[in-house]
Write a protein that binds this ligand. Sequence first.
Ligand code: NIG
Ligand code: FE
Length: 416
Amino acid sequence: MQTLIKNIKELVQVETGQPKLRTQGKEMAQVETVKDAYLLVEDGTIKAFGPMSGWKAESGKWKVDKEVDATGRMVFPSFCDSHTHLVYANSRETEFVDKIRGLSYEEIAKRGGGILNSAKATAAASEDELYDMARQRLDEAMRLGTGAIEIKSGYGLTTESELKLLRVIRRLKENSPMTIKSNFLGAHGIPMEYRGRQEDYVDLVINDMLPCVADEGLADFIDVFCDQGFFTVADTERILEAGIKRGLRPKIHANEMAVSGGVQVGVKYGAISVDHLEQMGDAEIECLKGSDTMPTILPGCAFFLGLPLSPARQMIEAGLPVAMASDYNPGTSPSFNMQLILSMACIRYRLTPEEALNATTLNTAYAMGVSHELGTIAVGKRANFFISKPMPSYAYMPYAYGENKVERAFINGQEI
Ligand code: NIG
Ligand code: FE
């Protein structure tokens, strides 16, 4: 099955040489494009692309089944959203109002709200109910241009409930065309009954939850909320060591509330990414240099909670890569709209449109271990892309914030 997208005003983020696995420092400002372009897809992968003037010569080689005319429109690779908590039961707008009235996120958490509030509702929901809610969210994210997503557990906090969440993620993987990675976040919050004896909860995560998760093959990654008021560096080390033994690569929630040591512990254990990073010092930036760990900023969370902005420019100027994901969850970032994250990258973090595109596609693909097959337009990669609404230039994409600029989305070459 061959599909031709023709007369594309500009095909954005192409790679003509050896595709990169991630982009960092000054390189992040580079985005290659082809104007007046075609894109040919065969059986779900990108087969060829180039200027329309070259298509005439090429066309004899191919037997195109379907043509899509993209006159006036741009084609972009789909967003990769490398950090979400998409499976949960209840929204939390009551806490949203509490926050407006002056309570902090940590105060709400201390009195049993926050993650524990979601855990209670999630425990009461059936696997089917959770699946149906999550599937709707996933489908909407696809329509907004997301083509790959990482989903965490973490609203279970009991073995039974964590497994339920991870089984929902497995069903999403089986039934959705989207590329999905699953992340076991048993260490997301400390249940009330474990207050004052947190080590016992860590024991439960390591000795009870993790063996079940690993035996059922339910997770690709293991995560810990390593932060002030949540899990300590020592807790994190124990959990990561156990997870790595079970074949799970770490991804860490680090430095949201405080300079927590989360970045250092992530780098030490070879985390694929350390995420949040609202609280960063020079030592954290230094520590990330030369590592394989992707620093991942979550602009939606900082926006929603009014947190300090992660020093994205400083990181890029230090030669680091930067990724930006949605952190979609009911407590700190109730939006999975990656178009909005792209805009925030430019507006709030002063990334150029090129840097912002790299941060939300190739670098997030890296942060979920799929950048060899997603994140840019390159021959042999999966055909996950979208056709924009008519627009004057690709900078319009982050510029016109709040508006849906995706007209038609394709996953594995199929329009969704
Ligand atoms: O990434 N920071 C920790 N976890 C989530 C929030 C979870 C919640 O409040 O429900 C986050 O922001
Ligand atoms: Fe998160």
